[in-house]
Design a protein around this ligand. Structure first.
Ligand code: FCB
Length: 451
């Protein structure tokens, strides 16, 4: 052991999600999701890209799992496409379930531990009908609890860890306030209603899972908490940062940890929402006990109160993004590894549950040259963020694992296929997979268990 080593039982992983890799959108009874509809809406996604084919993982899952073996990861974080398992959001489709059973068995046969995410944004389209459908509807949390119960019952004997939602912030605020994500609504008020129904769905799913999972199962949620700083020490900027912490972080953390929605949140959202959609008993339902928490981190955020041409913070009428100094990825995302240390220490302090970094990685425009993909900037990014994890651990954060986003270049939501996050390059013309330098580097880190 030296200061660059990870503990013996540190979990090395990679993460992926269904709609971004599976393709086969009309096969074996799969129903449409809101991302099928959105990606086929002109102008919604760069280049008009869709997830229709993606990485064709639905057919190539077995060779893709072999890539995990080459990497040497202990765990694979995948998500279940709800519309594959329940095409109408309600009725079970056996063929859809069978796909995930094959996938999970394939992982176990390779000695890899599945971490199953129930919802990574692909809501069944039939649950989003009319102006008040989707996450605006109180019926969807009930449907989600049923879905969670089915997955828990069918696969709980072989999946040791289940995450309810991936990044509900994106579902609520990008889906309903900024409109960058499906279903593409653009009304700040709607985002709060959606956030509440996502919280309720999470809480009810936790309860449904507890009913059917073995007692030692690990139940979690994966949040992209914002490591938010004020752009200056001016009181109005400090207030903007506190406002963003409330609407982006505490809106999920507080009720999930059993504290309900705070007075501070209700105050800071005056004029945005009256929270009338919160019914008696909801906050108690959201508070189901968790075993661990997943943290997805890419970059910190700086905000200011004055609109100086910055993008408004989604869901807010008074906070705007400010520039973070330093290098950026091709996504335009600032590279600040210390932000991850700060965030993990904050979660340790405020949440106190065991943590996994469930996503972290870098998007670039990688190309294959003479059979190789040289991606030194991704290696540097991963190395520096892993060092940030070690630093957080040294200072007391109980971080138990790390998942690179992602295994394969894939459908990067509104950015389409241009921005590549994979350790493994995918040629979307012929589906050829090529290990990038970063994949070989990551395999070495895993085998040394040290940086
Ligand atoms: C996260 C998403 C994931 C991927 C990365 C780059 O917000 O959870 O699906 O798109 O960003």
């Amino acid at each position: 052991m030296n200061e660059h080593s990870f503990p013996e039982d540190f979990v090395w992983g990679v993460a992926a999600s269904a709609y971004q890799i599976e393709g086969a959108v009309a096969e074996d009874g799969r129903g449409a999701s809101i991302w099928d509809t959105f990606s086929h809406t002109p102008g919604a996604v760069d280049n008009g890209d869709t997830g229709d084919v993606a990485c064709d993982h639905y057919h190539r899952w077995s060779e893709d799992l072999d890539l995990l073996v080459e990497l040497g990861v202990a765990s694979y974080r995948f998500s279940v496409a709800w519309p594959r398992v329940m095409p109408d959001g309600r009725t079970v489709n056996q063929q859809g379930l069978d796909f995930y059973r094959r996938l999970v068995d394939g992982l176990l046969a390779r000695g890899i531990r599945p971490l199953m995410t129930l919802y990574h944004w692909d809501l069944p389209q039939s649950l989003d009908v009319g102006d008040a459908g989707g996450w605006l509807s109180r019926d969807v949390p009930a449907r989600f609890a049923d879905f969670a119960g089915v997955l828990g019952k069918e696969l709980g004997d072989r999946v040791p860890a289940v995450t309810t939602l991936n990044e509900p912030w994106c579902s609520a605020y990008l889906g309903y306030a900024s409109g960058e994500h499906a279903p593409g609504r653009t009304d700040n008020a709607l985002a709060y209603r959606a956030a509440h129904h996502l919280n309720l769905a999470h809480g009810r799913a936790v309860a449904a899972l507890r009913d059917v999972l073995p007692a030692n199962a690990d139940v979690s949620v994966a949040l992209n908490l914002h490591q938010v700083e004020a752009a200056s020490e001016r009181p109005e900027d400090v207030a903007a940062a506190e406002h963003v912490d409330l609407i982006a972080n505490r809106v999920f953390l507080d009720p999930m940890l059993g504290a309900g929605y705070s007075e501070a949140l209700r105050r800071t959202t005056e004029g945005l929402t009256d929270w009338a959609f919160v019914q008696d008993g909801d906050e108690a339902e959201i508070a189901g006990a968790l075993d661990s928490i997943g943290i997805n981190f890419y970059n910190p955020a700086r905000v200011r109160a004055a609109n100086e041409g910055g993008r408004p913070f989604p869901g807010s009428d008074r906070a705007f993004f400010a520039d973070v100094a330093g290098p950026r990825t091709v996504m335009g995302w600032p590279i600040v590894p210390a932000g991850l240390t700060d965030l993990l220490l904050r979660v340790q302090r405020d949440v106190g549950l065991p943590m996994h970094v469930t996503e972290n990685g870098l998007g670039a425009r990688d190309v294959v040259e003479a059979g190789a993909v040289h991606d030194p900037e991704r290696i540097a990014y991963l190395r520096d963020h892993l060092a940030a994890v070690l630093e957080a651990r040294r200072r007391g954060a109980d971080v138990r694992g790390y998942y690179v986003w992602t295994l394969l270049d894939n459908f990067e939501w509104a950015w389409g296929y241009d921005k590549r996050f994979g350790l493994v390059h995918v040629d979307f013309a012929d589906q050829r997979r090529t290990f990038k330098d970063s994949a070989r580097w990551y395999a070495e880190v895993i085998s040394r268990n040290a940086l």
